[in-house]
Design a binder for this molecule. Structure first.
Ligand code: TRP
Length: 340
């Protein structure tokens, strides 16, 4: 049997090129060697979008299209809608006993999200505990490997802690996962901020039309002191060069451009034009495949429906073992205890 992968995304909007280099590419690469499950994490999306359920629902299909467009193959990877697997919610309730509020408060990713969303003291409890629900996502599928962006490392660490605690306390039934961070740990935003994100409005989406990508690249932040072409420019902290590093397969050419820019004599307009060509070489084919799949929404829906059904079967196996380990298997032979 192949080892298993579980990973996923919150369907709060379309996926961007940060997702592509952070985790989508490793998923595509690994889908043949691993039994791969990809979670459309609508329940997690609701933890900060519970007032907009319709938006989450619409984005489930958009993200499924992004998956297909980047080359996740439904014969290799199973697409699962999180809310279609109620076992995850059940596991979450049991795992909540194994973590403390003070430990949850220290999660650096949740901390910065709370600050970014301006929740202050009024953070919804569901949002606060989503790392526990993410542990349920991962363990429900018995995943050994979780391909994610760097910001997700605290979630995998939290999952590993819950697994160790559970296995020690009850019975060794859960699999301890490890994270696999993509080729590029973190892609900066168009504005040079540390992280590309939909909510910061500094992202290039996989679904952006070509003229939109061109407009975004033209408006990118560069070195603010690089005023004249002859001036030496800074490439460090310059997102144009970070993107070239991430997307230009011609390393020697990037090294040359970097040296030229630093020495002076290479203008922003020119580097950006090159960057646009490089990005389009990646995004063009993705855009075409996306448009092709978008013409067949029934097929996309069928892929997601069938994937969710298979995902639920896998989670049900874990659920039975967990119930037994926790002495909750009252009616072992009865349908009532079968975990769905
Ligand atoms: N928290 C992840 C994100 O914001 C999405 C996610 C949900 C996930 N469940 C997961 C990632 C399980 C990996 C494994 O991108």
């Amino acid at each position: 049997m192949k080892p298993r992968i579980l990973t996923g995304d919150r369907p709060t909007g379309p996926l961007h090129i940060g997702h592509l280099v952070g985790s989508l590419r490793s998923r595509v690469r690994l889908q043949h060697e691993f039994d791969t499950y990809v979670l459309l994490a609508d329940v997690q999306a609701l933890t900060d979008h519970f007032e907009h359920p319709r938006r989450v629902r619409d984005n489930v299909m958009q993200v499924a299209l992004d998956y297909l467009a980047v080359g996740l193959d439904p014969r290799e990877a199973t697409f699962v809608v999180q809310s279609g697997v109620p076992e995850i919610a059940e596991l979450t309730v049991f795992y909540l006993n194994l973590v403390t509020v003070s430990h949850l408060r220290q999660n650096p990713t949740v901390k910065s999200e709370i600050a970014q969303k301006g929740f202050g003291e009024s953070v919804p409890a569901g949002f606060f505990v989503y790392p526990v629900s993410q542990a349920a996502d991962i363990t429900a599928f018995g995943a050994q490997v979780v391909p994610v962006g760097e910001d997700q490392l605290p979630m995998i660490e939290q999952t590993a802690e819950i697994v160790r605690r559970f296995n020690r306390l009850y019975a060794p039934v859960l699999v301890e996962p490890r994270a696999l961070v993509g080729e590029v740990a973190r892609l900066p935003g168009l504005d040079g901020k540390a992280k590309m994100s939909k909510s910061l409005g500094n992202a290039i989406f996989l679904s952006d039309p070509a003229d939109e990508v061109a407009r975004k690249v033209r408006g990118m932040y560069t070195d603010p002191n690089h005023l004249r072409v002859e001036d030496p420019g800074r490439t460090e902290g310059n997102p144009v060069f970070a993107y070239l590093d991430a997307f230009d397969p011609d390393r020697a050419r990037v090294a040359e451009l970097r040296a030229h820019y630093e020495r002076g004599g290479l203008g922003d307009v020119k580097v950006k034009r090159h960057l646009l060509d490089v990005l389009e070489a990646t995004l063009g084919p993705i855009r075409e495949r996306r448009a092709e799949f978008a013409r067949h929404p029934d097929e996309v829906e069928a892929v997601v429906r069938e994937g969710t059904r298979r995902g639920r079967e896998v989670a049900a196996v874990t659920m039975r073992a967990v119930r037994e380990a926790m002495s909750l298997d009252y009616f072992a032979d009865a349908e009532i205890n079968a975990g769905g």
